[in-house]
Structure formats: structure tokens, C-alpha cells
Write a protein that binds this ligand. Structure first.
Ligand code: S3P
Length: 447
């Protein structure tokens, strides 16, 4: 079992107003895919604005272990000299994916149709997460896997020597599962077909097409049908990574609830498969505007302006929107505590298998800080009153988004909110603390 460092207890106190410009880091999903697709292309891919969080750095190390040359040129500029589809070498050590489900699931897919063997592990959170959802479809290509009970890490994948193309209906709404199958399909001859009943983030499809793979996408009664033609030669690209809408959620949501705030969060990717939070906040009555809407690198991008919004109302988030904001429910539940009335989040059971059980982690932490919450296996309800007593310490369960969400709560609650461990924030948003402090937040490390 791995880890990236010692626990960092932290506290956030009432502060404000928050004001200024919040330049959040690059998109995590696109950063992972840039490194993996760069490693599978022939030649040099350049990446500008890579997220240098621990999760993505773990993907970079893994790509080097599979034979790609991954170079950090400084200032978020990276290059990857790829080995081509089917060109992965067998790593000579265990691949440690730290806290990152995206790394392990996408990379297992990318190596599963090559005649090599690799063993994967991760930290105390990742070793609890289900991998059968990925190894099951990889078995259809002919890959074998040997892991702990329930398909848990550490886990060894023996890649298929003569992979068959696959037709697979993804049983859970998961971009990681969809992407693992598509990455495996790259090195299978013929057409691999992936069907998702609910659309999830589509960066893999967009980026594979951008690297020159042949993909057809059709919306049918069965769902979204993605057909990939295997064994393409991927051509290296220059990728400008948009800033991460999931990281932007924290300064945006903090600005909406800290009195007097006005924060601009520029260059945010607003791919519709990722933007559900922003639609929801606007429906709640948030003063949130999109400025300078444009398209960059095939992705819609805008500057977000968030202003203090004292009159937000509770809302029902329909199940069909859940996938487009799956990582944003923790911080939305904090906003919901300050809105008036009940907020219902439907169809959210996937939250139970994230870096932590996010429904349990948020419900426990919110209740400890005086917020009424109801939860079932697949739903969460927050009863907002407009004020939160605060004053409790919460457990972050090695989950970056739980940590950042409760620091946002502490910026507004009557008494401060503490975390047992803010260290996981470095997995996705390493500059969260200085960025929020620069805007006017009061966050301290407790020594
Ligand atoms: C991701 C997909 C989502 C998301 C994760 C990143 C991706 O996970 O929660 O943070 O980059 O594909 P699931 O596929 O498990 O929903």
C-alpha cells in the first residue's frame, strides 16, 4: 500500500469577502488522457497546462514504466515520446497509482491487449475501490487478472496475446470503465463497440479522434453507441489543457456563499458532460455568469464569474444529470446547506465508490457541523436553513473533494471547521490553499 505523505490537519474560519481572479489548474481527466494517448502515439506529443497533481504525476510515472519518455519542461509544459499502439514494454516494477482511480482503470485498459503483464497497487483509498467493473470487460478481450477478493488492488493483469474486439454495454455510468474498454480496443483488430446507457464525460472519445483514431458515435434507443476501429496509428498532438471545471467548483461555490464575494474563474472547460453543477447552481438562483464563451481545442470554454448569492433555493437534481456533475456533489451539498429549503440529489449511488463513500462522508461531516441530512443508498437530501453552526472536526477518508468541501464550509459556518487530513488535496488541486487564501479565505494548517 502506498501513500504520498503524512496527514495534514487543517482548519477553515469565517472570512471574506472573497474577491479576485482564481486561476485553477488544468483538467484532471484531460491531463491523464494526454499522457496516456501521448504514450500510445508515435512521436512527440506536447502538453501545455498539464495538471501537476499527484494523480496525474502517477499516470506520468506509469507511462514511463511502460516505455514512453515523459519529460517535464517546467511551467506545466510536458512532452511524451510515445511508443505507438501495441508498443508498451513490460514494466519491471509494480505500478503504484496512489489515490487515482482514473490512472489505474485507464492504464489497465491501455495495457490489457498487449502481451505483457503488469501489477497495480494504490493507497489506502484506492485498494478499497472496485476494479471488477474494469477487469470484467477486459476479460472479454482475452486479458486475465488476479487480484484480491472482489477484484481489489493489488492486482495483476496479464494482457491478451491475440485480443478479440469486444461489444460491451457499460453496466454503471462510468467514464473510467468506458475509457478502459476503448483503450483496450485500440490494440484489438476490428471494431470494438462500447454502449453507455447514460452519457458520461466524453474526453476519451474526443481525444482519441483528435489523435487520429476512427470513432463513430451514435445515439440510439439502446444508448450512446461508440464504435472504435482498432489498431490505428495515433499521431502525436499538441494539447492545451483547459482548466478543470471540477476544481473551479470550489472557488465558485465559496464565492456564492461567502457574503460580499465576487470571483472570476477564467478559462474553464464547460464540456456539457462535465457542466451539470453550473446548470444546477443557476437553477438554484446563483449569481453565476459565463463570460467570453468560446471553443478551445475542441472543448467549450468560458470565464465564470461568481458573486455572493444570498437568495439561493433548494433544488432537486434529477438522476439523469448526476453523471455530468458526479465529482461536484460534495461541494454542492455545502452550498445546499446555505440555500433555503430541501435539496434532493437523485441517482447518486456511484458516489459511494469514489475516493471515499462520498454520501456517508458528507452526511457525517455535515451532521457533525449542525446540518440536517437524509440519505439512502442512491439519494442524498440536505435541508438548508441559510446558516450552519460548524465547530466540528471531520474525517476526510483520503478524499480530496471531501477535504476541500469542508474547508469551503468553514469559510461560512459560525464556528471554524477542521479536517483530520488535508493532504489528499494535492492529488487534484495542489494550489488550492494559496489560491483560496489569496482570494481572502482563512485556512490554516494545524501543527
Ligand atoms: C473520471 C471519471 C469519473 C470521475 C473521476 C474522473 C475520468 O469516475 O469521478 O474523478 O477521468 O474518467 P467514474 O468513471 O468512476 O464515474
Amino acid at each position: 500500500m502506498s501513500g504520498h505523505g503524512a496527514a495534514i490537519p487543517m482548519t477553515a474560519r469565517k472570512a471574506g469577502p472573497l474577491s479576485g481572479v482564481a486561476e485553477v489548474p488544468g483538467d484532471k481527466s484531460i491531463s491523464h488522457r494526454s499522457l496516456i494517448l501521448g504514450a500510445l502515439a508515435v512521436g512527440e506529443t506536447r502538453i501545455i497546462g498539464l495538471l501537476e497533481g499527484d494523480d496525474v504525476l502517477d499516470t506520468g510515472k506509469a507511462m514511463a514504466a511502460f516505455g514512453a519518455e515523459v519529460i517535464n519542461h517546467g511551467g506545466g509544459n510536458w512532452s511524451v515520446h510515445g511508443v505507438g499502439v501495441g508498443g508498451f514494454a513490460e514494466p519491471d516494477h509494480v505500478i503504484d497509482c496512489g489515490n487515482s482511480g482514473t490512472s489505474v482503470r485507464l492504464i489497465m485498459g491501455a495495457m490489457a491487449t498487449s502481451p505483457i503483464t503488469a501489477t497495480f497497487t494504490g493507497d489506502g483509498s484506492l485498494v478499497k475501490r472496485p476494479m471488477g467493473r474494469v477487469t470484467d470487460p477486459l476479460a472479454l478481450f482475452g486479458a486475465a487478472s488476479y487480484g484480491r477478493e472482489g477484484g481489489r488492488l493489488p492486482l495483476t493483469v496479464v494482457g491478451a496475446r491475440a485480443p478479440d474486439p469486444v461489444r460491451y454495454v457499460v453496466p454503471v455510468p462510468s467514464a473510467q470503465v468506458k475509457s478502459a474498454v476503448l483503450f483496450a480496443g485500440l490494440n484489438a483488430p476490428g471494431k470494438t463497440v462500447v454502449i453507455e446507457r447514460e452519457a458520461t464525460r466524453d474526453h476519451t472519445e474526443r481525444m482519441m479522434a483528435g489523435f487520429g483514431a476512427e470513432l463513430e458515435i451514435e445515439d440510439t434507443d439502446e444508448g450512446r453507441v461508440i464504435t472504435l476501429t482498432g489498431q490505428p496509428e495515433l499521431k502525436p498532438q499538441t494539447i492545451v489543457v483547459p482548466r478543470d471545471p471540477s476544481s473551479a467548483a470550489f472557488p465558485v461555490c465559496a464565492a456564492l456563499i461567502v457574503p460580499g464575494s465576487d470571483v472570476l474563474v477564467p478559462n474553464i472547460g464547460l464540456n456539457p458532460t462535465r457542466a451539470g453543477l453550473y446548470t444546477t447552481l443557476r437553477e438554484m438562483g446563483a449569481d453565476l455568469t459565463y463570460e467570453n464563451m468560446r471553443e478551445e481545442g475542441g472543448e467549450p470554454v468560458a470565464d465564470l464569474r461568481a458573486k455572493y448569492s444570498p437568495n439561493m433555493q433548494g433544488i432537486t437534481v434529477p438522476a439523469e444529470r448526476a453523471a455530468s456533475m458526479i465529482d461536484e456533489f460534495p461541494v454542492l451539498s455545502v452550498v445546499a446547506a446555505f440555500a433555503k429549503g430541501r435539496s434532493h440529489f437523485l441517482g447518486v449511488k456511484e458516489l459511494r465508490v469514489k475516493e471515499s463513500d462520498r454520501i456517508a462522508a458528507m452526511a457525517d461531516g455535515l451532521r457533525a457541523n449542525g446540518v440536517e441530512v437524509e440519505d439512502t443508498e442512491d439519494t442524498m437530501t440536505v435541508i438548508g436553513t441559510g446558516t450552519v453552526p460548524g465547530g466540528a472536526q471531520v474525517a476526510t477518508h483520503l478524499d480530496h473533494r471531501i477535504a476541500m468541501s469542508f474547508l469551503v464550509l468553514g469559510m461560512v459556518s459560525d464556528a471554524p471547521v477542521s479536517l483530520d487530513d488535508g493532504q489528499p488535496i494535492a492529488t487534484s488541486f495542489p494550489i488550492f490553499e494559496p489560491l483560496m487564501v489569496e482570494l481572502g479565505a482563512r485556512i490554516e494548517r494545524d501543527v
